[in-house]
Design a protein around this ligand. Structure first.
Ligand SMILES: *[C@@H]1O[C@H](CO)[C@@H](O)[C@H](O)[C@H]1NC(C)=O
Ligand SMILES: *[C@@H]1O[C@H](CO)[C@@H](O)[C@H](O)[C@H]1NC(C)=O
Ligand SMILES: *[C@@H]1O[C@H](CO)[C@@H](O)[C@H](O)[C@H]1NC(C)=O
Ligand SMILES: *[C@@H]1O[C@H](CO)[C@@H](O)[C@H](O)[C@H]1NC(C)=O
Ligand SMILES: *[C@@H]1O[C@H](CO)[C@@H](O)[C@H](O)[C@H]1NC(C)=O
Ligand SMILES: *[C@@H]1O[C@H](CO)[C@@H](O)[C@H](O)[C@H]1NC(C)=O
Ligand SMILES: *[C@@H]1O[C@H](CO)[C@@H](O)[C@H](O)[C@H]1NC(C)=O
Length: 643
């Protein structure tokens, strides 16, 4: 028995030797990244010898916290994945493979505080040591941090037979505690299995919040036990609902993957679907959204706002809120409050009489907030609202009605400006700027009979034809700095960010491609940032890494869309372009460079640009002309910017 096994191992080792390319002093990938990568890039990653060893076919993961059911689930899942994945990288990693190193046979997971719940701000740090002999060690403060470390370990294994990077030391911890993805399940329905797969993919990217925008004007898919008629009448059909059993499954799946499930019941706007069960509590329901005369009634087709002056509204809504907090243990509750459209409330006789007595629509919203916010707080929840409740030009409430300790505002308009307005007013912010983080943009207009499309001379569908076009590319998302322009004190109030998929034009058939790998771009920016240790944006360097990562997600069953022809990564340097932005940045730095620090920054920028095209001498020659740089520094990849 023993001899037979040794034989097998020797054959396996020989096979591996044939599969791996050998280093010739070259350890960097084409764009300066090593060829084995973890996405999102860890904060500290050290692998000086670039050595690899076989992964023992009997590899195990052990932990003294196996009684923690979510950690237990994660450990089993990762063990299966690690043993069976046999990932084939797009480009063979250049590693130092030695038959003298014994196969790695175990990973020991140690958690210091296994009771810490998965709440905002929980410690997700971990350290991972994979030595050249003996077991690997993963240490984390919490089980949630251990899950992040297990993911990292899984990405360090590849090939068939499996090999694993050894001589590795990782310390890692996220820059932002809130790293989320928002899905709208009202405009179009998504089956439960697609939501579960999305949570799975989120955890691969170390994202930790699934913001579930469950209900809206178009359908009410959530079965609320004490208000069953809402889904019975307001959903698209009995096969397009989420039962309490479905919700528990999704919440539990989230916990197994370190992903919080944060429910949103949008109100008072975006509630047309409630009118199918309770017409009396909804104003302007089922009216044409864009009347020939007067104000529009909705931001898009699908009208209806909860009536803030009808006591019945609060009976129904409180039942919904109570049941939702029972279904979702998450301490945050998202109460919506975006896009209150004046025209909709103004169609209602009770609102008209309120206004004629000198009331305002903002007061009507204040009544709504006063009648619901204290109730949600009494259920021990922190409330998240869209920024509109505080920043809307037309209908909003004063900050005195929105206690800063208990209310968080989620921004989506005006890029950095609104983030600044929110945090400078003392509120915590979640950043979802539509100009950067909306995944639905650029897919055209969904209204019918739109004569814009018939113009033969202009293609006047402008910008991809949707209100927030153009399409947000992964680079747009990667490069967004969510704390840009904030003071250090203000930065602390930014909890993190969420990309959002509004579902007018998506459902399960396109879900994966709409989300991935663009959401991976945000995942890295919020985990370890988008700059290298010199403070230079690493988006050029990230391209090959993201390409590889996208390939791995696809082989794990996530339909992430391609970001380049496969040819690019197989022909390093050929698909680069002299980085015009970096050149522009370098030029402006050059113009302003009076201090040594500025000169260094300019130098680093030039150096990065030069390095990125280094393998292609023609492109390298093109760089100086393109940049117009004749700065005290020569354009050379070996330039030392520390002086
Ligand atoms: C991470 O790396 C930085 C810079 O190399 C170093 O200063 C720091 O001590 C490291 N932290 C840990 C926990 O390893
Ligand atoms: C490969 O490993 C040897 C011995 O550990 C080391 O001397 C060498 O520098 C390594 N090569 C690379 C490319 O890291
Ligand atoms: C809402 O509540 C705030 C604070 O409790 C109070 O000052 C305000 O008068 C209330 N507004 C209305 C319209 O009831
Ligand atoms: C309220 O929620 C917090 C978590 O956010 C929890 O620690 C606390 O025990 C809860 N309090 C009650 C009374 O349920
Ligand atoms: C932010 O504010 C500045 C200054 O008022 C303005 O120029 C800019 O257009 C605003 N940006 C957005 C995205 O609204
Ligand atoms: C389509 O739009 C045109 C021009 O706005 C209008 O005259 C026509 O009635 C519309 N057709 C339908 C079917 O709504
Ligand atoms: C078509 O688009 C062009 C360019 O935007 C514009 O000048 C023209 O008026 C448009 N024609 C029609 C019929 O709308």
């Amino acid at each position: 028995m023993c001899c037979k096994n040794t034989m097998v191992l020797k054959v396996v080792a020989l096979l591996v030797l044939c599969l791996l390319s050998f280093p010739t002093g070259h350890v960097e990938g084409a764009n300066g990244g090593s060829a084995i990568n973890v996405w999102p890039k860890p904060r500290n990653f050290s692998w000086p010898s670039q050595q690899a060893a076989l992964l023992s076919p009997a590899f195990t993961i052990t932990t003294s916290n196996a009684h923690h059911r979510h950690l237990f689930a994660a450990v089993n899942r990762y063990r299966r994945l690690i043993l069976s994945e046999h990932h084939r990288p797009l480009v063979n990693p250049t590693v130092n493979f030695s038959v003298n190193i014994p196969p790695l046979s175990s990973l020991v997971v140690t958690v210091a505080d296994p009771l810490a719940p998965l709440h905002h701000g929980v410690d997700e740090s971990y350290s991972l040591i994979i030595p050249t002999s003996g077991p690997a060690n993963l240490n984390a403060e919490t089980v949630w941090g251990a899950m992040r470390g297990l993911e990292t370990f899984s990405q360090l294994v590849w090939g068939n037979p499996s090999v694993v990077a050894v001589g590795v030391s990782v310390w890692d911890s996220p820059l932002f505690g809130h790293r989320g993805f928002m899905l709208d399940t009202s405009r179009n329905y998504y089956p439960v299995e697609d939501i579960l797969r999305t949570i799975d993919a989120m955890s691969m990217n170390k994202l930790n919040v699934f913001h579930w925008h469950i209900t809206d004007a178009h359908s009410f898919p959530l079965v609320v036990p004490s208000e069953p008629s809402l889904a019975e009448k307001g959903s698209y059909g009995s096969d397009m609902q989420y039962s309490p059993v479905d919700v528990r499954k999704i919440v539990e799946y989230g916990l197994d993957h370190g992903v919080r499930v944060l429910p949103e019941i949008d109100a008072p706007g975006h509630t047309g679907s409630w009118a199918l069960a309770y017409p009396e509590i909804v104003t302007c329901a089922n009216m044409f959204w864009w009347p020939a005369q007067g104000d529009p009634l909705a931001a898009e087709p699908g009208t209806g706002h909860l009536n803030p002056l009808n006591p019945k509204t609060y009976q129904v809504l409180k039942n919904v809120i109570r049941d939702v907090t029972m279904l979702f243990p998450e301490p945050f509750y998202h109460a919506g409050a975006d896009e209150v459209i004046p025209g909709c409330w103004k169609t209602d006789p009770t609102v008209q009489s309120f206004l004629s007595k000198g009331g305002t629509l903002s007061q009507a919203l204040e009544i709504f907030i006063n009648s619901t916010l204290p109730y949600i707080l009494s259920l021990n929840r922190t409330v998240v609202y869209w920024e509109d409740v505080f920043l809307s030009e037309t209908v909003k409430v004063q900050s005195s009605n929105l206690p800063k300790e208990q209310v968080i505002l989620q921004t989506w308009n005006n890029g950095h400006n609104n983030t600044k307005r929110i945090v400078s007013s003392g509120y915590r912010a979640i950043v979802s700027s539509a100009d950067f983080y909306y995944l639905d943009c650029g897919h055209g207009d969904f209204t019918g009979n739109n004569s814009n499309y018939d113009n033969q001379t202009s293609g006047s569908t402008g910008n991809g034809g949707s209100w927030c076009g153009p399409f947000k590319t992964w680079q747009t998302i990667y490069n967004y700095d969510i704390t840009f322009g904030l003071t250090e004190e203000e930065e602390k109030l930014v909890l993190g960010g969420e990309v959002a998929l509004w579902s007018e034009q998506s459902d399960q058939t396109v879900l994966d491609g709409r989300i991935w790998p663009r959401t991976s771009a945000m995942a890295e920016t919020l985990w370890s940032g988008n700059r290298d240790s010199n403070g230079v944006k690493r988006s050029a360097e990230a391209t090959n890494r993201l390409n590889e990562w996208r390939g791995r997600m696809v082989s794990r069953g996530i339909g992430a869309e391609p970001i380049q022809p496969l040819w690019c990564i197989r022909n390093p340097g050929q698909a680069e372009k002299p980085d015009a932005d970096c050149c522009a940045g370098a030029n402006s730095l050059k113009a302003a460079a009076s201090t040594t620090e500025d000169k260094r920054a300019a130098c680093n920028c030039i150096k990065t640009a030069a390095q990125s095209i280094q393998p292609n001498p023609q492109a390298a020659q093109a760089l100086p002309a393109n940049c117009g740089i004749s700065f005290p520094y020569t354009i050379s990849p070996n330039i030392d910017c520390s002086k």
